[in-house]
Design a protein around this ligand. Structure first.
Ligand code: LAN
Length: 752
């Protein structure tokens, strides 16, 4: 029986709607690459299912019926299984009988990809799609029709319905309208063929003008508009490629910047130094008049450089930055041609190395679109490099019930797989015979995901080592993050410890992972994300991006640090001899650092998940490894008191993404199963003496479980750079299973 669309399934967008039953997700090739395919009907006049530029079609998926994994992510109702629990059974009853876990994993197992991992919708940010669509437009690359229809539908479904100044789009889909989100997504819709007189476009344009028009769009928006030739390069602060010619000891040298920031400013600098702009056409001429509050010809461009709409500003330029930008501007006018050429050559070489190191995925979606454009400009539309870039766009495009979006990375494959593995082990579900096959596949996937070598372009591209590491998404993407290696290794160790699973990842490979983890510890004890901290925090004064904070350099994070501490501890238990002293020293230093990061109120600030609930869970895990619990540690007591103080009337916890922005705890309107799971795990890890708040949290999680064993999607779970939220929809399974499993194991049986 095929999956069916529920009654409230979102309807057509301005360009219509495709047939959800024709979509297929291929997720089991090349280590978990995600690609959505649309199977056109045989009477469709278009000869091939895909425009040839998008590469050969995966005929396997085309010929197969839609599987549960695809149907679930499309928001369709899965056909019921015989073994589905009867909806009448109360979740509490079910838990007491130990059935609850069974039910939820019976459901969740159906979403496992044939290769053993779980795919997921990694959406949220609303400023990613414009880059790729503008890049495709200016390179005159046709976009598959189904994509156009579904992207327009997605934007229609995500359009805000607030007051006059809030009928556009924000920086992420839960945020209020900004010029950045509204201006750029308006452009996307127009480039896809939506007319300016559509009601949704009129509403969006009104909002845009209410917010001051694209005159005040943040600098990354100015950049894309300049590329599209609907903004002048004179209205942008220059980002000179010559910075790359500075000696490496220079404190501002970009090799010291955070990897995402430097990889955005390399192609951005290259494209702006080349002064590249799209060929003018009618649509471009029309957009020039639609986007601004004044006639295009009369816009005083240089005065817009530092003009950023108040609705957008999160990290205003510092005075130092503005002086520096003015100096760059003077330099830009007199830059000797030979130095510029050298700078351009250097920047282009860095772009090429990044492409080759990542199989054209690049480190993230912003640089993806920019690098693609650089390669097209330099090597032409037929070049191997540009064609490879086009093929890898699919990895970032995700189809949902609301339409098609661009994702924050090419997926969160390893990250999700690791937490699911840990949830299954913690809850004991991994050991049940009916889950042996599923966990065996998961372990096999984790095994294949480990990166075996250092990057092809290593020191020359200023990369950190990757031998033995795990990535955030796929092995092909090739970047490691300290906590991804840690969570990957921990999951493998836990799974390989189960009697029914083989040892796939050998001892030397685990040692290589440990070496990578240890190589990522900073002198002060904390672990950052992709690399060691290479620059001085004063560099933050030069942050040009206005909408993100803490992006110039790496910083130590309690989440990353804890992941490393816990992974090293699991490793040590199994292999106590390998680098024993190094591991001992590293863990102690890391835990000491975590203590220094605790806030006065007892909590820790979370940089990658929302927010205090997330980071406090991690930090308490680290303290537990040092033997600290509620009974013996003031730090743990203060953390627990903080959390218990935030429990909501229904027994759950719910935190808003606004906590991350304001650095103060902000309650979500409603409690959240994911936040509640984190709080439950924290209190259990801390050995909080009163079981009642923990049980109430568990009951809340159970009460939200749907009859088929799943949980509904609630508010957004993740964050980056303080101001942008991002989805982790698999968390509602992995963390709930983990929390309920631990509670069932650790709390007394009576009292439920
Ligand atoms: C991610 C996603 C994963 C995340 C964790 C592993 C959870 C974290 O512990 C370390 C940092 C990391 C790897 C991370 C860094 C920033 C990313 C890549 C993202 C939040 C996903 C999207 C974001 C990226 C920067 C988006 C593009 C925006 C720019 C500002 C360039």
């Amino acid at each position: 029986m095929p999956a069916t669309a529920p009654k409230n399934y979102p309807g057509p967008g301005p360009l219509g709607q495709t047939d959800p039953s024709r979509w297929r997700l291929s997720s089991d090739q090349d280590g978990g690459r995600h690609a959505w395919h649309y199977v056109r009907s045989p009477d469709d006049p278009r000869a091939t299912p895909y425009e040839t530029v998008w590469g050969s079609d995966d005929t396997r998926v085309r010929d197969q019926p839609q599987n549960d994994e695809t149907a679930y992510w499309l928001g369709l109702d899965l056909p019921a299984l015989d073994s589905d629990p009867s909806p009448a059974a109360s979740p509490l009853d079910a838990a007491q009988k130990g059935k609850l876990h069974l039910a939820c994993y019976d459901f969740y197992k159906r979403l496992q990809s044939p290769d053993g991992h779980w795919s997921g919708e990694y959406g949220g940010p609303m400023f990613l799609l414009p880059g790729i669509i503008i890049a495709l437009y200016v390179t005159k690359t046709p976009i598959p029709e189904e994509w156009k229809v579904e992207i327009a539908r997605y934007l229609a479904n995500m359009q805000r319905t607030g007051g006059d100044d809030d009928q556009g789009w924000g920086i992420h889909f839960e945020g209020r309208s900004t010029v950045f989100g509204t201006g750029l997504n308006y452009v996307v819709l127009r480039l896809l063929g939506v007319g300016p007189d559509e009601p949704m476009m009129i509403r969006a344009r009104n909002t845009l003008h209410k917010l001051g028009g694209c005159e005040g769009i943040p600098s990354w928006g100015k950049f894309w508009l300049a590329i599209l030739n609907v903004h002048s390069w004179r209205g942008l602060n220059p980002t000179p490629v010559e910075l790359w010619l500075l000696p490496e000891w220079a404190p501002v040298h970009p090799w010291r910047w955070w990897i995402h920031t430097r990889n955005v400013y390399i192609p951005m600098g290259y494209l702006s130094a080349r002064g590249f702009q799209a060929e003018e056409d009618d649509l471009i001429r029309s957009l020039r008049e639609e986007l601004y509050t004044q006639p295009y010809a009369s816009i005083p461009w240089p005065s817009l450089r530092n003009r950023i709409s108040p609705a957008d500003v999160y990290a205003p330029h510092s005075r130092v930055a503005n002086v520096l930008f003015a100096a760059f501007d003077c330099y830009d006018r007199v830059a000797p041609a030979w130095i510029r050429r050298k700078g351009l050559e250097r920047a282009y070489r860095l772009v090429v190395m990044e492409d080759e190191n990542t199989a054209y995925q690049t480190v993230g979606p912003v640089s993806k679109a920019m690098n693609m454009l650089c390669r097209w400009l330099e090597e032409g539309p037929e070049s191997e490099a540009f064609q490879q870039h086009l093929l890898k766009i699919r990895d970032f495009m995700w189809m949902s019930k609301d339409g098609m979006m661009m994702t924050g990375t090419n997926g969160s494959q390893l990250w999700d797989a690791a937490f699911i593995a840990q949830g299954l082990v913690e809850s004991g579900l991994a050991s049940r015979p009916e889950n042996h096959a599923s966990t065996a596949q998961l372990l096999a996937w984790l095994d294949g995901c480990q990166i075996r070598d250092n990057p092809r372009h290593y020191r020359e591209a200023f990369r950190h080592r990757t031998e033995g590491a795990w990535p955030f998404s796929t092995r092909e993407q090739g970047y490691t993050v300290s906590d991804c290696t840690a969570e990957g290794m921990k999951s493998v160790l836990l799974l390989q410890d189960l009697p029914h699973l083989p040892e796939l990842v050998s001892y030397p490979r685990l040692c290589a992972a440990v070496d990578t983890i240890l190589s990522l510890q900073n002198p002060a004890g904390g672990f950052a994300s992709y690399e060691l901290i290479r620059g001085n925090p004063l560099l933050e004064l030069l942050n040009p991006a206005e909408v993100f904070a803490n992006i110039m350099i790496e910083y130590p994070y309690v989440e990353c640090t804890t992941a490393c501490v816990t992974a090293l501890s699991v490793f040590k238990r199994k292999h106590p001899q390998y680098r024993r002293d190094d591991i001992e020293r590293a863990s102690k230093k890391a835990i000491d650092w975590i203590k220094t990061a605790q806030r006065k109120d007892g909590s820790w600030y979370g940089s990658w998940g929302i927010c205090f609930t997330y980071a406090t869970m991690f930090s308490i895990e680290s303290l537990a490894i040092a033997g600290e619990s509620y009974a013996n540690s003031d730090a743990v007591r203060r953390a627990c008191d903080f959390l218990v103080g935030k429990q909501m009337a229904d027994g759950g916890w719910g935190e808003s993404y606004k906590s991350c922005e304001t650095e103060q705890y902000v309650h979500n309107a409603k409690s959240q199963v994911v936040n509640t799971a984190w709080a439950v795990i924290t209190l259990l890890t801390a050995q909080y003496p009163d079981p009642e708040p923990i049980r109430r949290g568990c009951r809340l999680i159970m009460s939200r479980q749907l009859p088929d064993g799943s949980w509904a999607q609630e508010s957004i779970e993740g964050v980056f750079n303080k101001n942008a939220a991002i989805s982790y929809p698999n968390f509602k399974f992995s963390w709930t299973i983990n929390a309920l499993g631990q509670a069932w194991k650790k709390l007394p049986r009576e009292g439920w």
